[in-house]
Design a protein around this ligand. Structure first.
Ligand SMILES: Cc1cc2nc3c(=O)[nH]c(=O)nc-3n(C[C@H](O)[C@H](O)[C@H](O)COP(=O)(O)O)c2cc1C
Length: 249
C-alpha cells in the first residue's frame, strides 16, 4: 500500500541537529491546528499547547531537560500540557470541583490525549519539511518548568516537541524497530518468540550503531536494564500532587 501520508509516517526519525532558520508563522499555525483538531477522551479537551519561540525560555528548557542543546538550537519548542484547569472552570459553573485528575483514569486519559496531539504535530511537521524530536526529558525538573511557564493548578507539562530545519547533511538515520511479531499480535497476545526476537533486535541495533558510526551504542536490552530497573524520574509524583493531581486517599 502506498500513500504520501504513509511515506511521511514510516519515514519518522528524531533529528537533533538544527539550523536557526525561523519557521514561517503559517507553518507554526498549521502544526497548532492539527493538535487542536485531535480527538480527546470524552471530548474533555484536557490538552493545552504552549508555543515557545523565545531563545531565553528555550535555553532554560534545554537546561531543565538535563542539557539538550537541540531545544535551544531549533527556533520553536512546542510544549504539550495535560490540562484539567479548564475542566475545573467548567465544573465551577455548576458548583462542583474537578476530581478525575486524582485517579488513574484522569492521568491515563490526559496523557493519551497529549500523545495523540503529539503524533498529529510530528506528522504535520514532517510533512511541512521540518525535523522533530519529542522531549520527555523536561520531566527531569518539572517543578522549575511549571514555575517558568506559570502553569496553574490542575495542569502538568507532559512532553514537548522540538521542530526546526535540519542542518544539511546531518539528517538522522532511521532507527530500526523490534521485530513486528513483538508489536502486532493476532487475536490474542503471543509471547512465544519474544525472547528470541529481543536477541535478534539486540544484534540489529548493534549493527545499526556500527553502520552509523556510534561507538557508545548499547543493545536495546542493555539500555532497558540500565534505565528501567528503578524510578528514573524521582520526585514526579510529588510535583503531580502539588499541581492538584493524584490526591492521597
Ligand atoms: C514521549 C517521547 C519522549 C522523548 N524524549 C526525548 C528527549 O527528551 N530527548 C531526546 O533526545 N529524545 C527523546 N525522545 C526520542 C526517542 O529517543 C526516539 O523517538 C527513539 O529513540 C526512537 O528514535 P526515532 O524517533 O529516531 O525513531 C522521545 C520520544 C518520545 C516518543
Amino acid at each position: 500500500m502506498t500513500h504520501p501520508l504513509l511515506d511521511i509516517l514510516t519515514a519518522h526519525k528524531s533529528d537533533r541537529s538544527y539550523t536557526d532558520q525561523p519557521i514561517p508563522q503559517d507553518v507554526i499555525d498549521a502544526i497548532v491546528e492539527v493538535a487542536h483538531r485531535a480527538p480527546t477522551s470524552h471530548n474533555t479537551q484536557e490538552v493545552s499547547l504552549i508555543v515557545i519561540q523565545s531563545p531565553a525560555i528555550r535555553a532554560q528548557i534545554a537546561e531543565i531537560s538535563g542539557g539538550q542543546p537541540w531545544i535551544a538550537a531549533a527556533p520553536v519548542f512546542f510544549l504539550l500540557v495535560m490540562d484539567y484547569h479548564k475542566v475545573a472552570l467548567a465544573l465551577k459553573k455548576h458548583g462542583k470541583q474537578v476530581d478525575i485528575q486524582n485517579y488513574a483514569e484522569g492521568t491515563i486519559a490526559g496523557c493519551t490525549d497529549v500523545g495523540i496531539a503529539l503524533g498529529n504535530m510530528m506528522a504535520a511537521a514532517h510533512a511541512l519539511g521540518l525535523g522533530v524530536v519529542p522531549i520527555g526529558g523536561l520531566r527531569a525538573d518539572c517543578a522549575r518548568l511549571i514555575k517558568l511557564l506559570n502553569l496553574p493548578a490542575y495542569t502538568f507539562p507532559v512532553v514537548g516537541m522540538v521542530a526546526g530545519y535540519v542542518k544539511p547533511g546531518k539528517d538522522a538515520p532511521l532507527k530500526p524497530r523490534m521485530p513486528l511479531s513483538t508489536f502486532c499480535h493476532s487475536e490474542t497476545y503471543h509471547a512465544e518468540t519474544m525472547a528470541a526476537d529481543i536477541d535478534a533486535y539486540d544484534a540489529t541495533i548493534t549493527a545499526h550503531w556500527q553502520k552509523t558510526g556510534r561507538t557508545n551504542g548499547q543493545t536495546w536490552s542493555e539500555s532497558m536494564a540500565e534505565a528501567m530497573d528503578h524510578n528514573y524520574r524521582p520526585g514526579l509524583t510529588e510535583v503531580l500532587e502539588a499541581q492538584g493531581f493524584l490526591k492521597k486517599k
